[in-house]
Design a protein around this ligand. Structure first.
Ligand SMILES: [Zn+2]
Length: 199
């Protein structure tokens, strides 16, 4: 009487999240030329961007910098990950174990990307989220680099590479946005003070 019931033996006994797909453990992997990666936003005068603090959609100019300008603006590791699509080592980033409440913004342009409410412990060593703050704020596209079929996640406003999206996340979305810590900038809720924020 095994058939039909055997699958329960394949499942973890608890509801603990069990990731099935892992990033390759690559410190910094050069995967292609630096490019704008603006996709359908290429050429757009403004794009809709969700502001997680106000809960409103704003129309902002896309950030388009030259390769030299990005290199000057970002740290060397940020540049390797965000403009050249590298991947930081697992468990080395500053946010994989962070539980602070707040919003994770794009480290390159400040666009709100993820809420701590959507963060979960994937056990992969990379900060993982079940959903972005808004589909407006990210772009995804197929990524066949490294001999793998993956979905790349990019910042919609500046085209920065952020990480990859997998379909083995927790219910209900089943999505796992697997991000590089170095591409994120956490603004903890306790620090949110509109009066002190510069426009
Ligand atoms: Zn950005």
């Amino acid at each position: 009487m095994v058939s039909g019931r055997s699958s329960r033996f394949m499942r973890p006994r608890s509801d603990r999240y069990q990731p099935k797909v892992y990033h390759p453990v690559v410190r910094i992997m050069w995967q292609g030329p630096a490019m704008s990666d603006m996709g359908e936003n290429e050429g757009a005068e403004t794009i809709p961007v969700f502001n997680a603090r106000t809960g409103k959609i704003e129309h902002r100019k896309p950030i388009r910098l030259t390769d030299a300008e990005w290199r000057a603006k970002l740290t060397p590791v940020q540049y390797e990950v965000m403009r050249r699509k590298g991947t930081e080592y697992a468990f080395t980033g500053r946010y994989h174990a962070t539980k602070d409440a707040g919003f994770y913004r794009c480290a390159a342009c400040g666009t709100d990307l993820f809420s701590s409410a959507a963060k979960f412990d994937s056990g992969t060593g990379w900060p993982s989220f079940s959903a972005p703050v808004s589909p407006h704020n990210i772009r995804t596209r197929p990524d066949r680099s490294g001999g793998m079929e993956r979905t790349e996640v990019l910042c919609a406003r500046c085209g920065a590479h952020l990480g990859h999206l997998f379909d083995d996340g927790p219910a209900p979305t089943k999505k796992r946005y697997c991000m590089n810590s170095v591409a994120l900038d956490l603004e903890t809720t306790g620090e949110l003070d509109p009066g002190e924020r510069k426009a």
